[in-house]
Write a protein that binds this ligand. Sequence first.
Ligand code: NDP
Length: 248
Amino acid sequence: MNSIKDKVIVITGASSGLGEATARLLATKGARLVLAARRLERLQQLAADIIKAGGQAIAVKTDVSNRSEVDNLIKTAQKQFAAVDVLFANAGIMPQAPLYKVQVDEWDNMIDVNIKGVLYSIAAVLPIMRERRAGHIINMSSVAGLKVASGRATVYSATKFAVKAISEGLREEVAEEGIRVTCLYPGAIQTELVNSINDKESRAAVQAFYDSYGNISADAVARAVVYALEQPTDVAINDISIRPSRQV
Ligand code: NDP
């Protein structure tokens, strides 16, 4: 088993939901965490909780759609911990609405955060990992990155299909360089993600969708990340989908 202890793990979107749950679980396993998102106070509170419990964490205010902020995030991680072992490119938004409502600004935002944010994060860590011939990149897609589920999730799905493609292409490029790539495909897990939906009807429909499957814990995703990280270095877990048992 590969130990998570002392691994330097950068998590984008760590201020709530799946990223926060993953940070909390990894902290109990001795990871050194670099927590990134835009809401600095939430990150600082999380880092304080982790440190109080005996763990190690720093908070770095980062907008993943801004390349220089992402570069700064990784530089800060290196300065603080002298390494970056794992990137969890998790930050994402889901302002769903039917295409006919032409919410072009929201399309741009989703592309900037969900696709470019992942690419900027990869761009910042890849040279470091290639030089060390070691590392693990975990990207956040969705079941919406496997099938287009509704008439209001088209652009969101497109961004998550892109994350799948990026993960697969990256895996093929770096497999022989000691870098492992994992892509996660969660189903409905109640988090603050619905808050990013401005279209009233879409928000109600998504909320009803979540409610219909009960409320599985964000820990389900955290445990999947631990599973991928704890494999021996000659074993790569490439794709994991996690959803409520009753979700079709
Ligand atoms: P949350 O809304 O709880 O978390 C989203 C995180 O992304 C927050 O920490 C938010 O922090 C961060 N974020 C948003 N925009 C930016 C930005 N521009 N720069 C940096 N960070 C940003 O939702 P989840 O935890 O559910 O979502 C996490 C990921 O999981 C997303 O990629 C989502 O698409 C994916 N996912 C979620 C599913 C679910 O059912 N919950 C299912 C499948 C995939 P802040 O606002 O502070 O910047």
